[in-house]
Ligand binder design. Structure first.
Ligand SMILES: *[C@@H]1O[C@H](CO)[C@@H](O)[C@H](O)[C@H]1NC(C)=O
Ligand SMILES: *[C@@H]1O[C@H](CO)[C@@H](O)[C@H](O)[C@H]1NC(C)=O
Ligand SMILES: *[C@@H]1O[C@H](CO)[C@@H](O)[C@H](O)[C@H]1NC(C)=O
Ligand SMILES: *[C@@H]1O[C@H](CO)[C@@H](O)[C@H](O)[C@H]1NC(C)=O
Ligand SMILES: *[C@@H]1O[C@H](CO)[C@@H](O)[C@H](O)[C@H]1NC(C)=O
Ligand SMILES: *[C@@H]1O[C@H](CO)[C@@H](O)[C@H](O)[C@H]1NC(C)=O
Ligand SMILES: *[C@@H]1O[C@H](CO)[C@@H](O)[C@H](O)[C@H]1NC(C)=O
Ligand SMILES: *[C@@H]1O[C@H](CO)[C@@H](O)[C@H](O)[C@H]1NC(C)=O
Ligand SMILES: *[C@@H]1O[C@H](CO)[C@@H](O)[C@H](O)[C@H]1NC(C)=O
Ligand SMILES: *[C@@H]1O[C@H](CO)[C@@H](O)[C@H](O)[C@H]1NC(C)=O
Length: 873
């Protein structure tokens, strides 16, 4: 008995000691080796990038099988891994934002972690691989998160096997992910509480069965291509807190009657086709914090019960069809949304500032654009929100002034002030003690006459955007602070010189001073801006002297427009350092130089205008490759170029050979900066291309002293819209290869010494609107058919040898047989139906019609237009 007891005691002691050491060295059971191996293999199947630009943190990088003292335990020491405290199986893996790059394969070791309940791989880069169907093996999964992770392809049906799933987040994969059948996917997932599929391509209706997901709390289906009627019963799900289905333009629906026990906190229907009235019972949503129903089709009156939504922090009712706004405009002065931070009531025809604004004291953003508000901006409006307001947008109204302009500016936290497109007048003076925080100031399209400030440099130390375009501002240019990025004063009456102080603006990216009356010279220090400046617009001023010539290597200029000034001297050679230059316009100056063949290294150069200067010499003689492979528009008109036309050059202008929609778009300015290129047409009609777009292709070599023949190879430049060789000394025949330029709209060969017949094939050019050959030595019959029926006599004047329509001189017996297809074409012709958008433009001299092709505009006389454009359907 005693021995027995002794043995028992010693056994207990041993057991006790064992368990003591065990609990000291490891409070939990150790991680299973097969699982740590699977994790390790999973990690090794990716590149863990750790560049300093991304904010990701490489959690898995520190995982290691060997620790300093023996084996490392994945449960206790691996970042992002969670184990069950009892079984030590891996149940959670959170590698979100962990710098993983590479594909997930269907036999990835990840799927061996069969106890996994929570998997978060959001914010990684899975290289557009598919979500493997083996995900269906992880049958314990309650939470799956692959948002922002660059997965693509069809979402595997096997996800529907995960019947314990309560949170599914596949959102924000750039529409690369699509779902075949939403109904099928969620049919077994009855425990879902959170469904986040924003920016997944669903392209279907929202299934009625969603209304059966009684645990649903969050439903986010933003921008999914949804259509059809949104099931109204979903609004009545008892747990629903967050419903966001915005940016589904074809989704229709109505709001239901809401009961007082609704727990909805966020409702966003922005940019859907929801319609009908807002129910008065919306006042029952007493937990609602976010209500965004902008850009929908709601009508009727805004119910007064809106004022019951006292928890609102965000309210956007913009752009609907409400016909009664009295709830907002007639609200008594004690109405208020006590927590409101963002309020947008744009495009609602408010006609005045609603009184309740004076009670809102937490507003951070206020947008009242396009609301037909007239008169002055009252002082009371900002009393309460003075301290909090960051974003004030009153664009597109009929505002005439301020009760006290300094009140607007004395808001210590204001970041954006947009008062553009109003009728503000007088002087905008900026006192010194004002909102130092303003970063974006939009005052364009008003009638301001002065922009005054009591210092040389604007007292806005954080200003990034200054937009004063289209006002009547006079005096010298206001000097922005060094923080400025975009400075736009186009179309004012500023005078004086461009101060050298501009040279020190080390963040300046866009500078548009066009259409003012600036004079003096550009200081050479301007080239200091090389590294940041992307667009420089000085068009139509009075600036003289030479163009600064110290553009450094790495110059980032993309657009330069110096046209219509008094610049002299040479074109600066250092521009060749601006490798991204796409648009160079120095037209209408006094530059005296030879053809700048040294620019041909600029592979982005697309628009190249030297018009009306003193350029001289032969182009052909210069030993150059003449590459300019991206050239779309070259205008050398009205200079002193001589010698033969550069046929070899034409051969290499590859971009001009491309036509139609399959052309690559190699250049895409991110700069909102429109240049105009006025090309003067015959008969005083002005052709104006606004924001020259990808497609327009022009060669204008008119008004020079070119001689010799027109090279056949011009016929290879099939993308050309405009070809003007007028007013030179060209001789020889008109090459029949021009008939291959099927997009050609303007062909001007007038005032040369061309002889022979007009090639009859030219009648194939069905887009041709202008054809000018007057003052040459052409002979024989004028081609018949198509556009040739529309050209006036004057196009052919001064060629005594020409005969046939439209000239009164007949071609005698050998009258050519009319083109048999012509009559047929006439029937199917419509002046306007050629896929272009016709717009009416109010023009100075009467009624003018313009055509917009993409973004370029041609303004011409209407009668001419109707005659000229008889284009085949
Ligand atoms: C990413 O995908 C591309 C194209 O499928 C492939 O060539 C490349 O090897 C992949 N990169 C990685 C790290 O998997
Ligand atoms: C699956 O794994 C095997 C070996 O482990 C590998 O050879 C195969 O390429 C993998 N399959 C895919 C689709 O990656
Ligand atoms: C998915 O993960 C991301 C990153 O951790 C997180 O922001 C997001 O809220 C998660 N989604 C869900 C539904 O929890
Ligand atoms: C969405 O998917 C449909 C068919 O699956 C496809 O036709 C459509 O182009 C896709 N939309 C986007 C934006 O990718
Ligand atoms: C919703 O659930 C009810 C009751 O379980 C069922 O009768 C109905 O068919 C379900 N509706 C859909 C659309 O799945
Ligand atoms: C709005 O609130 C008022 C006062 O609290 C209450 O009498 C009214 O019933 C509420 N209306 C709605 C539609 O919730
Ligand atoms: C502009 O910068 C130069 C040197 O880069 C400096 O000497 C000059 O004082 C600066 N001018 C102003 C007004 O800041
Ligand atoms: C431009 O300024 C000059 C003086 O520098 C003046 O003579 C001229 O009238 C001004 N032009 C316009 C259009 O204001
Ligand atoms: C061709 O150029 C000349 C000279 O620049 C110009 O007068 C004429 O109007 C242009 N032709 C057409 C059709 O635009
Ligand atoms: C027009 O182009 C075709 C094919 O590109 C070519 O065969 C033909 O010779 C060209 N016509 C003329 C007149 O140059």
């Amino acid at each position: 008995m005693a021995t027995c007891l002794r043995f028992l005691f010693s056994d207990l002691l041993v057991l006790f000691l064992l368990s003591l050491t065990a609990s000291l060295s490891s409070p939990q059971p150790l991680c299973h080796q097969d699982e740590s191996l699977a994790l390790m293999q999973f990690k090794d199947s990716f590149i863990i990038h750790n560049d300093t630009f991304s904010s990701c943190f490489p959690k898995a990088a520190s995982w290691s099988v060997e620790a300093e003292h023996g084996r490392s335990d994945c449960c206790s020491s691996w970042d992002g891994v969670e184990c069950d405290p009892h079984t030590a199986h891996v149940i959670g893996l959170d590698l979100s934002d962990s710098c993983l790059y590479g594909s997930i394969n269907s036999n990835s070791s990840l799927f061996r972690l069969s106890h996994l309940r929570s998997l978060n791989l959001a914010f990684n880069d899975f290289n557009y691989s598919k979500i493997p169907s083996t995900i269906g093996n992880l049958s314990w999964l309650t939470s799956l998160n692959l948002s922002y992770s660059h997965v693509s392809g069809e979402v595997p049906y096997e996800i529907s096997y995960l019947s314990k799933l309560s949170a599914l987040d596949l959102s924000h994969n750039n529409h690369n992910l699509h779902i075949g059948s939403l109904t099928r996917l969620v049919q077994n997932l009855t425990r879902l509480k959170e469904i986040l599929l924003s920016e997944v391509n669903i392209s279907s209706i929202v299934p009625e069965s969603f209304a059966n997901l009684s645990s649903l709390r969050t439903l986010k289906l933003v921008d999914c291509g949804l259509y059809g009627e949104f099931p109204i019963r979903i609004f009545q799900l008892p747990q629903l807190q967050d419903l966001r289905i915005s940016n589904n333009e074809d989704l229709t629906g109505q709001l239901p009657e809401f009961h007082s026990n609704t727990v909805l906190q966020a409702l966003s229907l922005y940019n859907t086709n929801f319609s009908a009235k807002l129910p008065a019972s919306i006042g029952n949503l007493n937990s609602l914090e976010i209500l965004n129903i902008a850009h929908c089709n709601f009508s009727g009156s805004i119910p007064n019960s809106l004022w019951n939504l006292t928890q609102l922090t965000y309210l956007d009712l913009s752009r609907n069809s409400f016909d009664d706004l009295s709830c907002l405009t007639k609200a008594s002065s004690n109405h208020t949304f006590p927590r409101l931070q963002f309020l947008q009531l744009s495009s609602l025809n408010l006609t005045k500032f609603p009184n309740f604004l004076q009670n809102q004291n937490k507003l951070e953003g206020l947008h009242l654009s396009e609301s037909n508000i007239q008169g002055i901006i009252p002082k009371w409006m900002f009393n309460a929100s003075k301290e909090s307001l960051q974003d004030l947008v009153l664009t597109n109204n009929f505002l005439t002034g301020f009760e006290n302009s300094q009140d607007v500016l004395r808001m210590p936290n204001l970041i954006t002030l947009a008062l553009d497109n109003n009728r503000l007048q007088g002087s905008f003076s900026i006192p010194l003690d004002i909102a130092p925080s303003i970063q974006f100031l939009y005052l364009s399209n008003n009638f301001f006459t002065g922009f005054e400030n009591s210092r040389d440099v604007l007292p806005l130390p954080n200003l990034q955007m200054l937009d004063l375009q289209n006002n009547r501002l006079q005096g010298s240019l206001p000097i922005p602070p060094p923080s400025i990025n975009t400075y736009l004063v186009r179309n004012n009456s500023f005078t004086g010189e461009v101060s050298p102080l501009f040279c020190n603006l080390s963040s300046l990216s866009v500078l548009d001073l066009s259409f003012n009356n600036l004079s003096g010279q550009l200081h050479p220090c301007f080239c200091n801006l090389s590294q940041t400046l992307k667009a420089l617009g000085l068009q139509s001023n009075n600036i003289s002297g030479t163009i600064p010539d110290a553009w450094a290597k790495g110059c980032s200029l993309r657009q330069i427009d110096l046209s219509h000034n008094q610049f002299q001297g040479l074109l600066p050679r250092s521009l060749a350092n601006c490798k991204e230059l796409g648009h160079l316009d120095v037209g209408y100056n006094k530059i005296h130089d030879t053809f700048p063949s040294w620019l041909e290294t600029l592979t982005e150069l697309k628009v190249f205008i030297l018009r009306s200067n003193g350029f001289y010499g032969a182009i052909r003689d210069i030993q150059i490759n003449c590459t300019f492979s991206n050239l779309h528009i070259i205008d050398l008109s009205d200079n002193n170029f001589s010698g033969d036309l550069p046929g070899e050059c034409f051969q290499r202008w590859n971009a001009m050979k491309l036509f139609g929609a399959n052309e690559s778009q190699y250049m895409d300015y991110d700069i909102r900066f429109s240049f105009t290129l006025p090309l003067t047409l015959t008969k005083g009609i002005k052709l104006e291309y606004e924001r020259i777009q990808h497609e327009l292709k022009v060669i204008d070599l008119s008004c020079n002293r070119f001689e010799g023949e027109i090279p056949e190879v011009v016929g290879n430049l099939k993308g050309l819209h405009i070809l003007n060789f007028s007013d030179n000394a060209l001789s020889g025949h008109i090459p029949s290869s021009l008939a291959n330029l099927t997009d050609l709209e303007i062909l001007d060969l007038s005032q040369n010494k061309l002889f022979g017949e007009i090639p009859p094939q030219l009648s194939q050019l069905t887009f041709l609107a202008f054809f000018e050959v007057f003052n040459n030595c052409l002979t024989g019959p004028i081609p018949l058919g198509n556009q040739f029926e529309t050209f006036p006599n004057s196009s052919f004047d001064g060629n005594p040898g020409l005969c046939g329509r439209p000239l009164s001189k007949a071609c005698g017996d050998s009258l050519p047989i009319p083109d048999p297809t012509f009559e047929e074409n006439q029937d199917s012709v419509s002046s306007f139906e050629f896929g272009w958008k016709v717009v009416v433009i109010g023009f100075g001299c009467g009624f003018v019609i313009g055509i917009v092709i993409g973004q370029w505009v041609i303004a011409r006389k209407q009668d001419w237009f109707v005659n000229a454009f008889r284009i085949k359907k």
